[in-house]
Design a binder for this molecule. Sequence first.
Ligand SMILES: [Fe+2]
Length: 246
Amino acid sequence: MKYLVFSDIHGNLEAFESFLKFIKRKKIDKYLFLGDIVGYGASPNETIQQLKKLKPLYAVRGNHDKAVCGEEPLEAFNPVAANAIQWTRKKILKENLKYLSKLKKGPIVVDKNITICHGAPFDEDYYIFGDFDAAEAFYYIKTPVCFFGHTHFPFVYRLKKNLIDGFLVQGKRKIIRLEKDVRYLINPGSIGQPRDRNPFLSFAIFDSKLMKINFYRIEYDIEKAKKRIMEANLPPTLAERLSLGI
Ligand SMILES: [Fe+2]
């Protein structure tokens, strides 16, 4: 089975459309979305409509999705993020708000190999940054692989015989072959707002038969996404960070 795993679209239609165009050429069985369709970007309705068409097997909610639905207080966000959430609340169509409100809370056990969550398996809003957080997360996961989002960094943590290591996934394409008796905590990176100083959109394809993960970085029309943010009167830093990949 081939799973396409993607996260953190954040209302970036240009990135999401490039991703959709690219994956048309790939043979995918199921789609797994790790949360945050909206927030930051200027196209919340369009990105939700495209995601609906893709019919993910599972889609978990992100903190921005919750906040737009009023299920997360704005005080939990920095001023720029809070501004974008308020903007999104004004723009979002009723049917799309309904879709957001129906997203599932993670973690979800997808099958015998995979668990998915937005932040961490013990707390959907927690950021996994570092080995200590990863150790806590591994404690909660029963499957060999757990995919998470939220940090916007394509990252792999491994737990092998009680030892943890982790690395940032770099380069345009990367293949990771999963070993037996090793457990994995994997972030596919972000579609709409990568933060690892590489502005190209990021996602992963997991082949559960071959136990192999392919990571991809794809170009998209960043200038168009930035222009849309500026025209929407969203904070200009939200446009600028897209070119910087931060
Ligand atoms: Fe996010």
